[in-house]
Design a protein around this ligand. Structure first.
Ligand code: ZN
Length: 268
């Protein structure tokens, strides 16, 4: 199986002028089309298919049994107050989906990341339309990684997935969050993950969102305890609420916050 790498200049359009963004989008479509077959084959050969949505909690995206969740959540999240309104996932972090997530993150398969992001985008688009939210007006917020982690890994996996999600939904990537460097969540025990990420995210005040946003979607590859997503959503929620008080007319500040994750690794 071949993976075509998007050229580094085009794959990392940080601070790039608008014309570059257009080039990036065009090459994205080109490469997504080019590489569509291998991912489809890989999933089909592994017997993977899109999961039925009635077995997933719409609020926290955990796997539940039949009738195990309603709009208020499931046994795990009912009664809690997550900073997000909803989480959409593609599947469970196991088997071929787990391999794909690891290939993107550790083997730097950018095209694969964009393609799986596009599949997540298809799921997300359906859920947004059901809820009456315009998929083309979403603000896509990649869960940020620190600069140091980016240099270590050589890929910003959440941004890569977000690019595919943008292609599928027509939304806009808004990199409004940044992250201080700290131990990776993989390196700390589950019980310490909440405190590990409680203060690492912050809002980049220089980033201006589109004037009208239907929904803010924070994107990541895997959700385990949900500590990172919760921490990022809380920071964004607080910021949006403070802005909503100042500027009555601006719709962007009042939009709900959703999470979009490729896979959830449900931990007890
Ligand atoms: Zn739940």
């Amino acid at each position: 199986m071949q993976h075509t790498r998007i050229p580094t200049r085009a794959a990392d359009p940080l601070d790039s002028p608008p014309s570059w963004r257009r080039v990036v989008r065009q090459s994205e479509r080109h490469f997504l089309g080019f590489d569509a077959e291998p991912l489809d084959d890989r999933l089909r050969n592994a017997g993977w298919s899109t999961e039925p949505t009635d077995r997933v909690c719409p609020r926290c995206a955990r796997t539940v049994g039949a009738f195990g969740a309603d709009e208020d959540g499931c046994a795990d999240c009912r009664g809690t107050r997550p900073a997000w309104n909803r989480v959409v996932r593609l599947g469970v972090y196991e088997g071929v989906l787990g391999e794909i997530v690891r290939d993107v993150k550790f083997n730097r398969f950018r095209t694969l990341g964009a393609r799986i992001g596009s599949m997540l985008g298809d799921q997300l688009r359906s859920r947004l339309v059901e809820t009456g939210l315009d998929p083309a007006a979403i603000a896509i917020v990649p869960l940020p990684m620190s600069r140091r982690r980016y240099l270590e890994r050589g890929i910003d996996h959440a941004l890569t997935i977000s690019r595919g999600l943008r292609t599928a939904t027509g939304g806009t990537i808004v990199r409004i969050l940044s992250r201080y460097h700290g131990p990776t969540q993989l390196a700390v025990p589950a019980s310490d993950r909440r405190s590990n990420v409680s203060k690492v995210f912050r809002v980049r005040n220089s980033v201006r969102p589109p004037r009208s946003v239907s929904c803010w979607v924070i994107v990541d590859d895997v959700r385990t305890t949900g500590a990172s997503l919760q921490s990022a959503a809380r920071v964004l929620r607080k910021y949006l609420e403070s802005k909503a008080q100042d500027t009555e007319a601006d719709l962007a500040w009042r939009a709900p916050i959703w999470g979009g994750i490729v896979a959830s690794a449900d931990e007890p």
